[in-house]
Design a protein around this ligand. Structure first.
Ligand code: 5GP
Ligand code: ZN
Length: 116
């Protein structure tokens, strides 16, 4: 499995940097985003280091997205949002700041949830 020793998400996967775990299996890790844009904001990442959608391998994508519905339902059950958005930034100009592929799960609580 590819690992980048300078990557903050690789450090989270191997436990060097603490995180609030939401889900884990052999290939995927999910944890609460440090900066909660809404309550329950979660990141889903492959354990294999791939920078973004332009590098993401099909097999890695399949493994990751096969557990996204389960994680989304767990977030829904824990935080009781009215809905949620899936979001993914790819490239600096598209607001990607961490270059280890990740999907944001952003729970939505109605007009006043502070997330535009
Ligand atoms: P991006 O802007 O690349 O789509 O999202 C990166 C996300 O990673 C941001 O929402 C940021 O808050 C989150 N993040 C960055 N460093 C850490 C960290 O050390 N721990 C956690 N839990 N989230 C982080
Ligand atoms: Zn990484």
């Amino acid at each position: 499995m590819a690992h980048d020793q300078n990557c903050i998400f690789c450090k989270i996967i191997n436990g060097e940097v603490p995180s609030a775990k939401v889900f884990e299996n052999d290939d995927v890790y999910a944890f609460l985003d440090l900066s909660q844009v809404t309550k329950g904001h979660t990141l889903v990442i492959p354990k294999d280091h791939q920078a973004n959608i332009f590098e993401l391998q099909e097999e890695t994508a399949a493994k990751l997205f096969s557990v996204v519905p389960k994680i989304a339902r767990a977030v829904r059950d824990a935080f009781q949002p009215l809905g949620l958005n899936l979001m993914n930034n790819n490239g600096k100009e598209a607001e990607q700041t961490v270059f280890h592929y990740h999907v944001h799960i952003i729970p939505r609580y109605g007009k006043e949830d502070g997330y535009k």
